[in-house]
Design a protein around this ligand. Structure first.
Ligand code: NAP
Length: 380
């Protein structure tokens, strides 16, 4: 055989031999039956669904939320899924209380001596527009007046480009500004939402990171964020801000803890088909059930099923935790700068990642924002 032909056959063979195999998956490092999982916010919704999924895998799980009876019920369901009762811990706690979090950590250390996976799921919604929560709404402006031009004797003046004007919903006052009761309402809502969604997240990180790092072969922390953390969303002014704060704290902490061996992962889902939106920041009921609003749009097809969200969380956490070569062949695979860790941020569905980048261009104002307004039934 001519020597050139040998060479032609030898090169692919050599490349195949030199090809770097992907590192071990997380499930090889921490087999599902040996995994110790802490779920903060496990009494309902995605936390409860994740508990069921871990129960089917035979993991050790610790269920945390404020409502004890609801947690006991989730424990029963996990046992019905085949998990030994001794593998389930129930620790009622409020994520905003440092004392409660320290109790959870003590319970986990006592029962298991360590932790492999932390899920920060606890969160509350806020689903009215900022102004509506204060008792003020936007109504179509009357093109003929009463607003007079700037400098006229009229007491009210609207912007020349205004299509809508503010009005008090109670009709008790001529003023369009919120009263004290309205201001107090918004203060309670904003503080409750920030306390749980943002302060709770940073407290949980601080409390459990060293335990994770020092006791697992492949420690991981997952934060259930929201697409509202990266895309400004109408009817989500307070919620978005608190989720964005928590998301940035989580991401900054990831950068700070580089080298600790802990895998940080944020999932940013769009709206999930569960009861979350029917709650308020301070109660289990009373939130807007947006599925009952006359929102005519094709957005409902983007509504995520809880199983999709659970699948996305578990499949992302199962990825090999070590950075993998972008080009898995030598000599490229030998260069550390050409290796990439598993993703730390995933939008679900993916189109929201595209919308995030579009939002930084004119397409944000021209397409993304009007679509978001339509989605929530606001006039354009
Ligand atoms: N559902 C959606 O459309 C959607 C979309 C994107 C992101 N998310 C995010 O997903 C996460 C989970 O929501 P979900 O859909 O599963 O709704 P959910 O059923 O309301 O779950 C929230 C969980 O958090 C717990 N929780 C709330 N405040 C707490 C506190 N102070 N301390 C401890 N636990 C607390 C609740 O339990 P207790 O009331 O018993 O304490 C409950 O177990 C939230 O962070 C939310 O922001 C939801």
């Amino acid at each position: 055989m001519p020597s050139r032909l040998w060479l032609l056959l030898a090169v692919p063979l050599l490349l195949r031999l030199l090809k770097r195999r992907p590192g071990p998956s997380r499930e090889q490092l921490v087999p599902p039956k040996h995994e110790h999982v802490l779920l903060l916010g496990a009494s309902s919704g995605i936390g409860r669904d994740l508990a069921h999924a871990y129960a089917r895998r035979g993991a050790f799980i610790c269920l945390v939320a404020r409502r004890k009876e609801a947690l006991d019920k989730v424990k029963e369901e996990c046992v019905a899924h085949g998990l030994e009762p001794s593998r389930v811990l129930v620790v009622p706690a409020n994520i905003t209380s440092t004392e409660d979090l320290l109790n959870v950590r003590a319970a986990v250390e006592k029962a298991w001596g360590g932790l492999d996976t932390l899920h920060i799921l606890a969160g509350v919604p806020s689903t009215s527009t900022l102004m509506e929560a204060t008792g003020v709404t936007l109504k179509p402006a009357d093109p003929a007046g009463p607003a007079g031009p700037t400098g006229s004797s009229s007491t009210t003046t609207t912007s020349a480009s205004a299509k809508f004007k503010f009005e008090r919903t109670d009709g008790k006052s001529k003023s369009s500004s919120p009263d004290k009761a309205g201001m107090d309402r918004i203060a309670v809502e904003a503080r409750a939402c920030a306390e749980i969604n943002y302060v709770g997240t940073v407290l949980a990180l601080a409390c459990f990171l060293p335990l994770l790092a020092n006791s697992s072969r492949s420690p991981a922390v997952h934060h259930l964020s929201s697409v509202a953390a990266t895309i400004p969303a109408p009817c989500r002014a307070i919620y978005s801000a608190t989720k964005a704060a928590a998301f940035m704290a989580f991401e900054s902490c990831r950068v700070e803890c580089e080298g600790s061996g802990v895998r940080f992962f944020s999932l940013l889902p769009g709206t999930i088909a569960n009861d979350f939106r029917t709650k308020t920041a301070v109660a289990e009921t009373g939130g807007r059930d947006e599925t009952k609003l006359p929102i005519r749009h094709s957005w409902e097809k983007l509504l995520l099923q809880p199983e999709q969200v659970v699948r996305a969380i578990l499949s992302n956490l199962a990825l090999p935790p070590a950075p993998q070569p972008l080009i898995p062949c030598a000599p490229f695979s030998w260069i550390p700068q050409l290796r990439q860790p598993p993703p730390s941020v995933v939008h679900l569905p993916f189109m929201y990642a595209a919308a995030r980048w579009m939002g930084m261009t004119w397409l944000g104002w021209g397409y993304v924002e009007p679509s978001a307004r339509r989605k929530y039934g606001l006039p354009n």
